[in-house]
Design a protein around this ligand. Structure first.
Ligand code: ADP
Ligand code: MG
Length: 698
């Protein structure tokens, strides 16, 4: 049996393989491209392609694909075999530099939001050499970006790479101002904690709602849910342990550093966290992780649910995006330093994040907005839809001292001047986690907790990187022209704290009084749904910021806004139609059958003894009839509002109709059906209940 260190990364064309298979010249040229973005020489590309192919073939690969992340939110691939005819009638395995660098999938069916005219509908994929190629099944997968021939990004990776470049550019300017002449680049890193549910495949197959929408659209609360908190960190059930073990092996082979795994709060809910890595690689890895989770589950007779809210009344699943920025020399710019200068630099980067989160609350909210995640945000389990930041008591006290020119409690009794005086040593606040904060500082990184479990982490990090790049740009513009660096620096930090104090909140984010204070006193944004927030993507300030850093063009933003709203409308419409179908063909007939049989039983009893009252049966039949009548009305009403969507003038008004008409009708229908479930014999209920599903895996 091979050890983990032997198999780790065995399916990845990583640095070790590159060193072993490329000539010294080719290797160093490729390294320059990976590390510094230097242009790739065609000769080098050919040599790399040949080495990659030989390595892949030796591992049993027969095909290759450009692997990309279109705006559907999942990954796409189109396999092509390596074979080429040889003169003797046989085949040889071929793969050229050209095929490595650029691909032309016939991918015209991916959403483009009008970015591709039909004559250029194909779009092309371009190799991202910073993310290693890997083998999945029998296919060599080459991570790529996906663009139209007009140069518009049709994927999530292109803007992510651009946002990383924007952050790099601005952060380097700041580092130079602080006297750092050696750092070559700055990159953001991410460790995403992934939550998911595991349920039995048999239960899943029996529920049309789970199969079509990924979540249950009906289901009365089981007698036992998560009240006891006995699942959280509990011992793993054998089937779950087997799943996790197999998952780890698969992920490790792909060089994904799956590190921690445990049971989560809800029954059947679990979490996996990898060791953090560069943002674009972390994004690729998270997409792969989600894919492989589903595959491994299926091999084990299970289904992995990645929906944000598969079960009402039970915690939903999110993704915590742990984010930091560091130099190629390994300096974490969000880590408090040792010297006055390092500390001042840390505070400046910290302030850049504070300013970014306050100025671009809307973009962060937008970056996590989907129909599924709307059910989670603000549902007393996940952070609210209002964005605020948690810094911890100590750091908060430091900022207060700076803002008010008062001495910090732990320091000498003098006021501090940043960059000159030694800042008091404050302990990294890693113990107090304040789980309710959407955006928490956890010692040397920020944890953005609003992402939904099925979201690509690309969107959140694009916005985060860009917004922080913008703060840094504002700072660098001022500091580069400053006569007295220390004074300007001090004043700027002080001003940021004053101007953006409203975004800092250290209390309980789940509290209703917080939402009131946040919106009414502090003026923070509260966009409760996707329909509320998405149109603000095109607000002037957002377009200006994102286009000025060349992360998106205006056309790209317009197309994304449209696609996201379309996704929202489509997802909810599919849910509504699934509900209608389930009610008409399963739920209503089941209740009616049970009521009819109950009535028959009463009749039989009366035939035996006319004096029996049959109060139980009569009452039940009456109640069930009332419920089926109510359900019949509600289902018709829902059908009508779904039909009326056709009258919407544009996607914005359609999304508003979804929010204001369709979703409320769906929940009314559900309430009636769930009540009927609690009154109908289990023998008649047409699909597994919450109890069956949530406790189905042993
Ligand atoms: P938890 O939040 O569950 O207590 P940790 O905070 O230790 O766990 O780690 C959560 C995730 O944060 C992991 O994926 C970890 O690799 C990542 N992480 C740790 N340090 C950093 C950092 N400096 N930058 C980005 N991510 C980090
Ligand atoms: Mg965490």
């Amino acid at each position: 049996m091979k050890t983990v260190t032997e198999t780790f990364g065995s399916m990845v064309f990583d640095d070790r393989v590159m060193k072993a298979t490329l000539s010294a010249e080719v290797y160093s040229s490729l390294r320059k491209t990976i590390d510094e973005g230097a242009a790739l020489d065609p000769g080098v590309a050919n040599a790399v392609a040949t080495a990659m192919k030989e390595w892949a073939v030796s591992k049993g690969a027969t095909h290759f694909t450009h692997w990309f992340q279109p705006l559907t939110g999942i990954t796409a691939e189109k396999h092509e075999s390596f074979i080429a005819p040889s003169p003797d009638g046989g085949v040889i395995m071929e793969f050229s530099g050209k095929e490595l660098i650029k691909g032309e999938p016939d991918a015209s069916s991916f959403p483009s939001g009008g970015l591709r005219a039909t004559f250029e509908a194909r779009g092309y994929t371009a190799w991202d050499p910073t993310s290693y190629a890997f083998i999945k099944g029998k296919t060599l997968c080459i991570p790529t970006a996906f663009c139209s021939y007009g140069g518009h990004a049709l994927d999530k990776k292109t803007p992510l790479l651009r946002s990383m470049e924007a952050l790099n550019r601005q952060a380097l300017r700041i580092l130079r101002l602080f006297g750092n002449t050696t750092a070559k680049y700055v990159r953001s890193s991410v460790g995403p904690e992934q939550e998911y549910f595991l349920i039995s495949k048999e239960m899943y197959d029996a529920r049309p709602d789970l199969r079509f929408t990924g979540r249950t659209l009906f289901g009365a609360k089981p007698p036992k849910g998560q009240e006891m908190d006995d699942h959280y960190f509990g011992a793993l059930k054998p089937k779950v342990a087997a799943f996790m073990e197999e998952l780890n092996v698969e992920l490790w082979k792909l060089g994904i550093m799956a590190k921690t795994e445990h049971n989560e709060v809800a029954p059947a809910q679990h979490e996996l966290a990898p060791i953090y890595t560069t943002t674009n690689i972390a994004t690729d890895h998270n997409q792969l992780t989600m894919e492989i989770m589903q595959k491994v589950a299926s091999r084990n007779g299970l289904v992995c649910l990645l929906h944000e809210k598969p079960f009402a009344g039970v915690n939903g699943s999110g993704k915590h995006n742990n984010w930091s920025i560091s130099t190629n020399e390994g300096q974490n710019l969000l880590s408090p330093g040792e010297t006055p200068y390092e500390n001042a630099q840390f505070l400046l980067f910290l302030c850049a994040v504070i300013k970014a989160v306050d100025d671009y609350q809307d973009l962060l909210r937008i970056s996590v907005a989907t129909a599924g995640n709307d059910h989670r945000l603000g549902a007393n389990e996940a952070p609210p839809a209002v964005i605020s930041m948690f810094l911890g008591d100590e750091l908060n006290a430091v900022l207060e001292a700076i803002e008010n020119d008062t001495p910090y409690k732990g320091a000498e009794k003098t006021q501090m001047k940043l960059g000159v005086d030694v800042l008091p040593k404050f302990n990294r606040d890693t113990t107090d986690r304040n789980r309710t904060s959407p955006f928490a500082f956890t010692g040397n990184k920020f944890e953005f907790r609003m992402l939904g479990s099925s979201n690509s982490i690309a969107c959140a990090n694009i916005m985060l990187n860009s917004a922080v790049a913008e703060s840094l740009k504002v700072y660098a513009d001022r500091l580069e022209g400053a006569q007295d660096f220390e004074t300007v620096l001090h004043d700027m930090i002080k001003k940021t704290i004053k101007d953006h104090r409203r975004i800092i909140f250290n209390g309980n984010g789940y509290d209703d009084s917080w939402i009131k204070e946040a919106t009414e006193v502090r003026g923070l944004l509260n966009y409760r749904t996707t329909a509320d927030c998405m149109p603000h993507l095109l607000d002037r300030k957002n377009v200006d910021m994102l286009t000025s850093h060349k992360v998106f063009s205006l056309e790209e933003l317009q197309s994304r806004c449209e696609i996201m709203l379309e996704n929202y409308c489509k997802s909810v419409t599919i849910e509504a139609n699934t509900m209608i179908d389930m009610v008409k063909t399963q739920i209503a007939p089941a209740i009616a059958a049970f009521a009819a049989d109950t009535a028959k039983n009463a009749q039989a009893k009366k035939a035996l003894d006319p004096s029996v009252a049959c109060e139980y049966e009569t009452g039940l039949v009456r109640k069930l009839s009332a419920l089926t009548d109510c359900i019949a009305i509600k289902v018709d009403e829902l059908q009508d509002v779904v039909m009326s969507l056709q009258d919407a003038d544009d996607i914005i008004s359609e999304s508003e109709m979804i929010r204001d008409k369709v979703l409320p009708k769906m929940s009314e229908l559900r309430v009636a059906c769930d009540e009927a479930e609690t009154r109908t014999s289990k023998d008649y209920w047409p699909f597994p209940t919450y109890e069956d599903i949530l406790f189905s895996v042993r």
